[in-house]
Design a protein around this ligand. Structure first.
Ligand SMILES: CC(C)(COP(=O)(O)OP(=O)(O)OC[C@H]1O[C@@H](n2cnc3c(N)ncnc32)[C@H](O)[C@@H]1OP(=O)(O)O)[C@@H](O)C(=O)NCCC(=O)NCCS
Length: 270
């Protein structure tokens, strides 16, 4: 039996550049990208070609930002999918390698964030669980100062992105991965919880526990639907991928209001 040929559309660096411009991405923009490469079709040159296209459109005056989160660096007591035996927990806490922004791979973010993280000139923020990587003019501004007790709040790259009026590009993915909504959780009366991870402190590997907002993305899809209905969200296609392009500050502002009316009293998760 013959193998099934790749599904299209066939995409190239220039076809993707045209699609991105048509969607509304401009030279000089700073954009936070969430992506699924497989939704685009078949790209000649794969992930690297798509990153070239994004940088072609943004130009050196623009900035490409991606989540390079490392969700495995958490307390094993909270692991559910799958869990690990309780008698392993302390050994895991004692031996989990510290997050190293040069080495530690991102998890479940896709191939594009990995390509961007390794791009010449890329810089990465330092949170052991929710780092972001960036290439371009604002890369240092966006990634510096990511505090250990601030997954997604005022001392995280999301607040920096808000300050410089960044855009969000959902490329083949839905609003359930629209990380910037988390910033709004810091602006309502959200519950807090202990958050633990392995990190370097004073040069040595340490198991660190901090108090941070107990973030939740359970209602992000519903929030995204309302945002699309009520705010200025541009829809289009890049290759065969359905995309949304939106203003990050507007999305955060909308999410804050939405949480206040949909999460009872602003302090419980739906
Ligand atoms: C999880 C997720 C990354 C999966 O998407 P995906 O398209 O399956 O995976 P990737 O983006 O890594 O792309 C790799 C796939 O591209 C496809 N691919 C390979 N070569 C390709 C090419 N030349 N052209 C196009 N697609 C190609 C393959 O299907 C490959 O999958 P494989 O490695 O299993 O064969 C995506 O659904 C997602 O959630 N993205 C957003 C993540 C995020 O930003 N989260 C932040 C909030 S927590």
């Amino acid at each position: 039996m013959q193998p099934t040929p790749h599904r299209g559309p066939l995409c190239t660096r220039s076809s993707l550049t045209n699609d991105l411009r048509k969607l509304g991405l401009n030279s000089g923009d700073t954009v936070l990208l969430h992506s699924s490469l497989s939704r685009v079709g078949w790209i000649s040159g794969g992930a690297e070609t798509l990153v070239h296209s994004l940088l072609d459109v943004l130009t050196p005056q623009g900035t490409l930002v991606v989540p390079t989160h490392t969700g495995g660096n958490t307390d094993p007591a909270g692991w559910a999918n799958p869990p690990v035996p309780e008698e392993w927990w302390q050994t895991i806490r004692d031996t989990m390698p510290a997050f190293d922004r040069r080495i530690t791979r991102s998890e479940r973010m896709g191939v594009i964030p990995e390509v961007v993280r390794n791009w010449p000139g890329a810089v990465r923020s330092t949170h052991p669980q929710t780092s972001f990587s960036a290439v371009g003019a604002n890369a240092h501004f966006v990634t510096e100062g990511h505090a250990l007790d601030c997954l997604f709040g005022e001392q995280s790259p999301l607040a920096r992105l808000e300050k410089i009026n960044a855009k969000v590009l959902l490329l083949g993915v839905d609003f359930d991965v629209c990380t910037c909504f988390h910033l709004a959780e810091y602006r309502i009366d959200s519950p807090k919880a202990d958050n633990s991870f392995s990190a370097f402190q004073d040069g040595s590997r340490t198991w660190v526990t901090v108090s941070d907002v107990a973030v939740s993305d359970e209602d992000f899809l519903e929030l995204g639907k309302d945002l699309v209905a009520e705010a200025n969200v541009t829809k289009g296609e890049v290759g065969g991928a359905q995309c949304c392009l939106l203003s990050l500050p507007q999305a955060v502002k909308f999410a804050e209001k939405w949480f206040l009316s949909h999460r009872i009293g602003g302090n419980s998760h739906t």
